[in-house]
Design a protein around this ligand. Structure first.
Ligand code: NDP
Length: 502
């Protein structure tokens, strides 16, 4: 509503009534009590009291931007997804970056994985790849997730972060070693969100036009180049600028320096999966590049900071369950858990109709029989039938979207035996390879220093037990790495390690 005299917009109540006064409350004389009838006061106070929505339990601190994804290479032989049907296809995207363990006000330069969650607004529906800046994760069964995250949060008594809790959990869960190893390199403290890679981490599937399936992993490789803080630099940045990554992204986009990532895929056939030496659906393992080379697919560019942070970033909701025709799930147990838990978290945090919030809404077709619920704002199916099957409407399932059936290897249902399969108890080869083959001398030195620094924070009566158990894992990954950490911690290896009996 515009005021013709001043060209300024009129201040109104939430219901739209222009309001005359916004700073002084109605009162009985200048020294008297306030009047209950000044409902603007109530409206202001009541709305303010309700400004905060629940903080995300994980990935609370984050920032995001809109952009575009463009297909640059033909991968249509693997997938019938329309977005990949020809080179040059484009769609809008929204990407939210985050740290994982810290609260909303925590520092961007903490040693932590970084979230890398992308929403592709495609004509076949919204496709979410909800990944991290690392290709693996700490656990491979979702039942362990909440226990793990508790160790990254605050001690129940002291309300302080606790290296003792973290290393206790990691030492008792050797499957975490690969992710912990990556976290302890300088990639655990990226310089900014623009200078890191992103990974689907999970194995997904692609389905071609003949309904044939391959397994895929998605990699976003930064075109800005990898740039990290060393441990001491990250510590210093925590006190210089808590919001360094947020500022870096906003400043870059505002000056027209749009960050880009190349989207690449790794492909494994169903036959290859049967003989691969590790479980290809184990989230603690990567697929070596030499055997499964990266295949170019497209380029993602971020070019617009949302006009309002809360509306777009805080209310953004990503779910690995959001796939599109031609891209499907895999038996990755962590993916299976996340298919359930992400949408559930959003229903709790934002409400059951969270997918109607503009940043989450599919800009193309949405038809279903969901009705009602808090904050339903899209017409609620209008006068159409609210049940199925029915004789009146035209909203029906289409069998052509059916995915090919999965052939499973076992028909025995039991608790997941996490070390039963070939290579399942090999938690050591891949972190060892990272140390031996990938890191240069400086990278190795920094990793060792970061581990020694982090493990030095372990305290209390179980300190020696935790340190010794974790040292065993480092030794099994690489003897030289283990020795260097033991030396840095001042541990006498002959005393600490269990004796070998011949
Ligand atoms: P390659 O030599 O082909 O690739 C090494 C990979 O390691 C590259 O993707 C590189 O990323 C990445 N890398 C470099 N430094 C670090 C670091 N500090 N932390 C995490 N990743 C890093 O080797 P392989 O494919 O045979 O894998 C060897 C090891 O590399 C694995 O055991 C795993 O630890 C790590 N790795 C493997 C990945 C994969 O998908 N195969 C992905 C990421 C890590 P960049 O190209 O950006 O330099």
């Amino acid at each position: 509503m515009e005021d013709n005299n001043t060209n300024k917009r009129k201040l109104t109540t939430a219901s739209g009534r222009p309001y005359a006064e916004h700073e002084n409350t109605q009162s009985v004389g200048s020294r008297g009590p306030l009047l209950l009838q000044d409902f603007i006061l109530h409206e202001k106070m009541a709305h303010f009291n309700r400004e905060r929505i629940p903080e995300r339990v994980v990935h609370a601190k984050g920032t995001g931007a809109y952009g575009t994804f463009k297909v640059t290479h033909d991968i249509s032989k693997y997938t019938k997804a329309k977005i990949f049907s020809k080179i040059g296809n484009e769609c809008k995207v929204f990407l939210r970056f985050s740290t994982v363990g810290g609260e909303k006000g925590s520092a961007d330069s903490e040693r932590d994985p970084r979230g890398f969650a992308v929403k592709f607004y495609t004509e076949d529906g919204n496709w979410d790849l909800v990944g991290n800046n690392t290709p693996v994760f700490f656990v491979k069964d979702p039942k362990k997730f909440s226990d793990f995250i508790h160790t990254q949060k605050r001690d129940p008594r002291t309300n302080l972060k606790s290296p003792t809790m973290m290393w206790d959990f990691w030492s008792l869960n050797p499957e975490s070693l690969h992710q912990v190893a990556i976290l302890m390199t300088d990639r655990g403290t990226p310089f900014s969100y623009r200078h890191m890679d992103g990974f689907s981490s999970h194995t997904y599937s692609m389905i071609d036009k003949d309904n044939k399936r391959v397994w895929v992993k998605f990699h976003f490789k930064t075109q800005q180049g990898i740039k990290n803080f060393t441990g001491p630099e990250a510590d210093a940045m925590r006190t210089t600028d808590m919001d360094h990554s947020q500022r870096d992204l906003v400043d870059a986009i505002d000056r027209g320096d749009f960050p880009r990532w190349s989207l690449k895929i790794q492909v494994m056939t169903e036959e290859q999966a049967k003989t691969f030496r590790w479980n290809p659906f184990d989230l603690t393992k990567v697929w070596p590049h030499a055997e499964f080379p990266l295949i170019d697919a497209g380029v993602l560019e971020l070019n617009q900071i949302p006009r309002n942070y809360f509306a777009h970033v805080e209310q953004s909701a990503f779910a690995p369950s959001n796939t599109i025709d031609g891209i499907g799930y895999s038996p990755d147990k962590m993916l299976q858990g996340r298919i359930l838990s992400y949408a559930d978290a959003h229903r709790y945090r934002l409400g059951v109709n969270y997918e109607q919030i503009p940043v989450n809404a599919c800009p193309f077709m949405i038809n279903n029989y969901h009705r009602d619920g808090h904050m339903r704002i899209d017409g609620n199916g209008e006068e159409g039938p609210n049940y199925y099957p029915n004789s009146f409407g035209d909203v029906v399932p289409d069998e052509s979207y059916k995915e090919p059936a999965w052939e499973l290897e076992s028909n025995v249902a039991d608790w997941y035996d996490r070390n039963a399969g070939p290579g399942d108890d090999d938690h050591y080869t891949q972190p060892g390879d990272l140390f031996r083959k990938v890191l240069d001398e400086e990278g190795k030195r920094n990793m060792i220093n970061n581990i020694v620094g982090a493990m030095s924070g372990i305290t209390g009566p179980k300190r020696d037990k935790i340190i010794n158990l974790q040292l065993c894992h480092w030794f099994r990954a690489d003897i030289g790495l283990g020795m260097a950490i033991a030396k840095g911690l001042g541990v006498d290896v002959d005393q600490a390690m269990p004796k070998q009996h011949s």
